[in-house]
Design a binder for this molecule. Structure first.
Ligand SMILES: [Fe+2]
Length: 276
């Protein structure tokens, strides 16, 4: 896997942590004992290992994991195809966004998680596999994730569910702890807010591996920006997602799939979990 396949580079991670901690360039440079010019270089993509090592402590980031990100030395293992899970990556402005389809292979009942910028690939896949999309779950309401909701809803007549903390017009709201069924599969919901006010993670049990569809709460080797609350985004990832079984397949809203085990080892935002 190449550098470009990860959602965030070293400079993105440094920027998210700095903004999250509300540190000015001057304060951060002083804490790290580097110059502002050195800091700017890092934040504009010019990796320097010595500087990054000095930044890790004041930003509460894992030093080795951050250096590894700067050296493009790590990416999650490519997941084996799993019957019952498929991802759809669509373009949105200068980035890409992921949506997912989960289905019970026995009953062919399916649920979509977000829509991405275009839902046609989801509809085509469902038709090819003779899946019936009965439910649409939204991880959060940011435009890139729900851009094609009207079309997906109208094409499937599926019920649409959104977080009660982050309502979306035309949806049914659910609270953290709600459970759903997709055929024989079970879906449990966890509030993993911080990137958005009501961001939800869906834990799916009943396929070959447990699956967590996390929206922008957590990325492979990074996390969504803590736009609403960086401390709570960290806390929710730490206490709700990264305590799931190691083999749990993590399906983020951007970038590649990963696992809880790999994130505990390599995600620089959780240095207390990193085992290098
Ligand atoms: Fe988002």
């Amino acid at each position: 896997m190449t550098k470009s396949s990860l959602e965030d580079f070293c400079e993105d991670i440094v920027g998210k942590a700095q903004r999250g901690l509300q540190l000015s360039d001057q304060v951060l440079a002083d804490l790290a004992d580097i110059t502002i010019s050195d800091l700017i270089k890092i934040k504009t993509g010019a990796f320097n290992e010595e500087t990054v090592r000095k930044l890790a402590g004041p930003l509460f980031l894992g030093e080795e994991a951050l250096v590894s990100a700067g050296n493009n030395a790590w990416a999650p293992r490519q997941q084996e195809p799993l019957e019952g899970l498929h991802s759809f990556t669509t373009d949105y402005h200068d980035m890409t966004v992921n949506a997912y389809l989960i289905w019970d292979p026995e009953t062919s009942e399916a649920a979509a998680f977000d829509t991405g910028s275009k839902c046609d690939p989801i509809l085509q896949f469902a038709e090819q596999k003779s899946l019936e999309i009965k439910q649409i779950f939204l991880t959060h309401s940011h435009g890139d994730h729900i851009q094609d909701l009207d079309k997906l809803k109208n094409s499937t007549n599926a019920k649409v569910y959104a977080s009660d903390k982050e309502p979306v017009p035309g949806t049914e709201l659910f609270a953290e702890g709600s459970t759903f069924k997709i055929g024989r599969l079970s879906v449990e919901t966890m509030l993993t807010w911080g990137h958005s006010i009501g961001g939800m993670t869906f834990n799916i049990l009943g396929l070959g591996s447990p699956i967590a569809i996390v929206g922008d709460s957590l990325f492979a080797g990074s996390m969504g920006g803590g736009r609403v609350s960086y401390p709570d985004a960290l806390k929710n990832n730490r206490e709700k997602i990264l305590v799931l079984p190691d083999e749990t397949i993590v399906c983020p809203g951007h970038g590649p799939q990963t696992t809880v085990a790999e994130e505990k080892q390599h995600n620089p935002f959780f240095p207390e979990l990193n085992r290098q």
